[in-house]
Design a protein around this ligand. Structure first.
Ligand SMILES: Cc1cc2nc3c(=O)[nH]c(=O)nc-3n(C[C@H](O)[C@H](O)[C@H](O)COP(=O)(O)OP(=O)(O)OC[C@H]3O[C@@H](n4cnc5c(N)ncnc54)[C@H](O)[C@@H]3O)c2cc1C
Length: 467
C-alpha cells in the first residue's frame, strides 16, 4: 500500500480523493483552510443555509452528475424562468440560441442591440485564425463590437469575472475557436448548434443540489471517511520536495512543522500556492503558474420578506455588461431560480449580486456595508421596488477565478510537460482546463488516475496528462 497526499480540499482535490479511494492506497487530503470545499460554501442568511460561492453545475458534461450518482444524491434543476441582460438601463430578455453570445439569427439580438448593430452582425465577416486570440477580438472581427460589449462580455464576466478582450478564445470558447480555425462562419456554427439542441433530448443545461451546491463538500467528506480517506483541515502545506523514493510534504505552522513522507502527490491548489510549492522541484512550471492572474470577487446575498418581493419573481436574474458602468456584474434571484430553496424558506426571498472583475479590485475596496448598500442600489435600479433586506451576507472571494489569458492552453501544456518529468506528481484544478465544477471534478480525477498509474508502474503516454 502506498501513501498519497492530495494538497487542496476544494472540489478538485476532493474529486481526486474519491477517484483514489477504491485503490487501497492510504490517502490524505490536506486542506489549508478551516473547512473543505474551496469556492463551494454555504452560509447562514436569515436563518437559512444558502450558497455564497458556486451555486450551479453544468449538466451537459457528465462529471458533476456522475459525482452526485456516486454519492447517491439526486440532482435538482433550475426553474424554467428566463434570465435578462441589464442594458441601456433596462432588463432585456437574454437572447436564446446563442453560442457564447454568437447568435444563430442576428435578428434575435433585438432589442439588446440597435438596428445598426444588428445589421453589422448580420454582415458577418468570417475570420480565419491560426493562433489563439481573445474571444472579444474573434467575435468583434466577425460580428462587430456591440455583440461583444452587450452579450459576450456579460456572459464571460459571469463565468470568469474577466474581460472578453483578454480571455483566450482557444480556452474559453473552444467551439468558436475551432470554427474560426477553419475560416467558417460563427453565425452558421451557432445555427447548426441550435438545430442540434432542438433535435436532441439532452435535458436541463444546469443542475444543483437540494441544500445547495455548497453542501456537496461535506457529503464528499462523509463518503471519503467511509472509504477510509483521511481529510484534514487547517493543514496548510508549506513545502514540497522530492525524496529518493517519493515526496516529502511539510504541513502546518512554521514553528511546529509536520513532515509527511508520501509516494505520490496530487497538487490541487490554485495557481499561486501551487507555484510556491513547485518553486524548488519544478521551477519552470512554477514560473508559468505564478503568471496566471486571478480575479477577486464578492457575493452579497440579500434575504427579503417574500410578501414584498414580487420584483424578484419569474426570472433567474440578470447579467450586466461592463459598458453599463454599474457596481454589480450580475444578480441571481436564487429563490426564483431554485424551487428547492423557495420550498425550504417560503417566507423569504433570496437574491445575490456579484461585484468584481479582473483588474477592478477598486470596486472591492469598500466595507461590507458599502458593498451591500451599493449592491442593493443597483438591484433596485434594475428591478424596481424591493424592500429593505431582513438579512445581508457579504462573502469575499480573493483570488476567485483564474484568468485564462490568450495563450493559456499552451501555458498549461508547458506546465504539464514540466510536471510530467516528476514521477508521482500531478497537478489539477481550476487553473488548468476549465473553471466550472464539472471541469474541476474531471481534472481532479485525471490527476488521481495519473498518480495511481504511476504507483501501479504504468508509464502514461507523453502528452496525455490532463488531456
Ligand atoms: C463566487 C464564485 C461563484 C462560482 N460559481 C460557479 C458556479 O455556479 N458553477 C460552477 O461550475 N463554477 C462556479 N465557480 C467556479 C468554481 O466554483 C471553481 O472554479 C471551483 O470550485 C474551483 O475548485 P478547485 O478545487 O480547483 O479550487 P478551490 O475551490 O480554490 O480549492 C482549492 C483549495 O486549496 C486550498 N489550498 C490552497 N493552498 C493550499 C496549501 N498550501 N495547502 C493546503 N491547501 C491549500 C484552498 O484553501 C482551497 O480550499 C464559481 C467561483 C466563484 C469564486
Amino acid at each position: 500500500m502506498a501513501r498519497i497526499a492530495i494538497i487542496g480540499g476544494g472540489i478538485t482535490g476532493l474529486s481526486a480523493a474519491l477517484e483514489g479511494a477504491a485503490s487501497g492506497h492510504e490517502i490524505v487530503v490536506l486542506e489549508g483552510a478551516t473547512q473543505v470545499g474551496g469556492k463551494l460554501r454555504l452560509a447562514d442568511v436569515a436563518g437559512h443555509s444558502v450558497d455564497v460561492g458556486a451555486e450551479s453545475m453544468l449538466a451537459r458534461r457528465p462529471e458533476a452528475l456522475e459525482l452526485l450518482a456516486d454519492l447517491d444524491l439526486a440532482p435538482v434543476h433550475p426553474a424554467p424562468v428566463h434570465a435578462s441582460i441589464w442594458s441601456h438601463d433596462e432588463l432585456v430578455p437574454m437572447p436564446t440560441g446563442t453560442m457564447l453570445g454568437v447568435p444563430a439569427d442576428p435578428a434575435g439580438l433585438r432589442p439588446l442591440l440597435s438596428e445598426a448593430e444588428v445589421a453589422r452582425a448580420a454582415l458577418e465577416e468570417p475570420v480565419t485564425v491560426a493562433a489563439d486570440l481573445s474571444v472579444g477580438d474573434l467575435v468583434e472581427g466577425a460580428l462587430g463590437a456591440a455583440v461583444v460589449d452587450r452579450l459576450v462580455e456579460p456572459l464571460l464576466g459571469g463565468v470568469y469575472a474577466g474581460h472578453a478582450r483578454r480571455l483566450s478564445a482557444q480556452a474559453c470558447a473552444p467551439a468558436l475557436f475551432a470554427v474560426a480555425q477553419r475560416g467558417e462562419s460563427l453565425t452558421e456554427a451557432a445555427r447548426a448548434a441550435a438545430r442540434r439542441a432542438r433535435g436532441s433530448n439532452a435535458g436541463p443545461v444546469f443542475a444543483g443540489l437540494r441544500g445547495g451546491v455548497g453542501s456537496l463538500p461535506a457529503r464528499i467528506v462523509e463518503a471519503l471517511e467511509e472509504r477510509h480517506v483521511q481529510v484534514r483541515t487547517g493543514a496548510v502545506v508549506r513545502e514540497l520536495s522530492r525524496r529518493p523514493q517519493g515526496w516529502q510534504v511539510v504541513v502546518g505552522e512554521t514553528r511546529a512543522p509536520e513532515t509527511l513522507e508520501v509516494d505520490a502527490v496530487v497538487l490541487a491548489a490554485p495557481a499561486r500556492p501551487s507555484a510556491r510549492l513547485l518553486q524548488q522541484v519544478a521551477p519552470a512550471a512554477s514560473a508559468l503558474l505564478s503568471d496566471v492572474d486571478y480575479a477577486s470577487m464578492a457575493i452579497v446575498t440579500f434575504a427579503f420578506a417574500a410578501a414584498e418581493s414580487a420584483a424578484l419573481a419569474g426570472s433567474s436574474g440578470f447579467l450586466v455588461p461592463p459598458v453599463e458602468g454599474r457596481t454589480i456584474k450580475a444578480s441571481t434571484f436564487s429563490s426564483s431560480k431554485w424551487p428547492w430553496l423557495a420550498d425550504a424558506a417560503p417566507g423569504v426571498v433570496f437574491a445575490r449580486v456579484s461585484v468584481g472583475r479582473q483588474g477592478e479590485e477598486a470596486d472591492l475596496q469598500r466595507s461590507d456595508e458599502e458593498l451591500a448598500t451599493d449592491g442593493l442600489a443597483d438591484l433596485r435600479a434594475a428591478v424596481g421596488a424591493v424592500p429593505d433586506p431582513i438579512d445581508v451576507h457579504v462573502q469575499r472571494w480573493g483570488g476567485a477565478l483564474p484568468q485564462y489569458a490568450v495563450g493559456h492552453p499552451d501555458r498549461v501544456a508547458r506546465v504539464r510537460a514540466a510536471v510530467a518529468e516528476l514521477p508521482g506528481l500531478a497537478v489539477a484544478g481550476a487553473a488548468y482546463d476549465g473553471v466550472g465544477i464539472p471541469a474541476c471534478i474531471g481534472s481532479g480525477r485525471r490527476a488521481a488516475a495519473q498518480v495511481l498509474d504511476h504507483l501501479a508502474g504504468v508509464r502514461p503516454a507523453r502528452g496525455t496528462m490532463g488531456a
